[in-house]
Design a protein around this ligand. Sequence first.
Ligand code: CS2
Ligand code: MN
Length: 361
Amino acid sequence: MKMTFRWYGPDSDSITLQQIKQIPGMTGLMGVLDSKAAGEVWEEGEIGAYMDQVQAAGLECQVIESVNVHEDIKLGLPSRDRYIENYCATIQNLARHGVKVIVYNFMPVFDWLRTDLARLIPEDGSNSLYFDEAQLGDMGPAELVRSTMEHTNGFTLPGWEPARLAELEDTLAQYRCVTNEDLLANYRYFLDGIIPTCEAEGVVMAVHPDDPAWPIFGLPRIAHSQEGFDQILALRDSPSNALCLCTGSLASDPANDIPAMIRHFGGMGRVACLHVRNVKHLGHRRFREAAHLSAAGDLDMFQIMQAIYDTCPHAYIRPDHGRMIWGEQGRPGYGLYDRALGAAYLNGLWEAIEKTGREQA
Ligand code: CS2
Ligand code: MN
């Protein structure tokens, strides 16, 4: 297991690399070039500049997140070939800088979404990301985008590119006749286009689950259950076609048994990395994000870490979506303090599992 942290770069993050380095047991980053729009090539020079800073801080960056897939690829438009070519160029450029895993998602239009980015947790006065399907229905897509953009404290959010979302109505209209089967076929075309490059470069693609883990606004969605991921892995049977299991995203649907899913896909050798976090269900399709501690939410983090230890011990992991605590002002979901606490806690669980395993052997 390698413990990592998401960092948006010097111009786009309230957190410094030195702060990240000071978190006990932190070995590196799941990095991101925040300025890149979906479909653009990530140029070697910009990747190199990011990596130089990371290395100078004594950290490594073998995982890159949010190399976003252009909508034309998900829609299966003729222009997709150009964007697939660009994606391959990005894979090659990242590989030249030591990247081993690329995290992406195949969600139409939206990355993760919430109806409230700073919901007060009455018990302790902290706040966290919150989702209520009923509110989503009242808001509709345009209102949701407007309200999300207004409440980011001036930061960007992954996959929320203002230029793209400005064309929201058109994009939503384009998806009107796209079924899950179409999306899967377009996904196969994408994988056929990029996996040979990944194999040649020694890079693994890790798809992030839909979040929340069900279809929203009538859009097709296929990556939120064990069956869905089985289908995706079967589209291209290669070790380079793998998963980033995000425990909190998947657990938004209580039907997903997270430790069992880790064991299933870990046993197949197809878990490249994980985002490990907790959620608290508050009702049907209504949840908030909780502190990482098992007792704070509905997930058994010990069973999750044990499943990783047993079936994919070499995976990269990171804490995800912390609460805002201790008066911190930052990008919603990506503050320093709660994610640092999460990392320390997960490292503690790991140490206990490792030592118990050794004693029993
Ligand atoms: C992640 C996603 O940081 C996060 O919240 O769970 O945004 C993830 O990085 C992307 O969906 C991957 O493309
Ligand atoms: Mn995640």
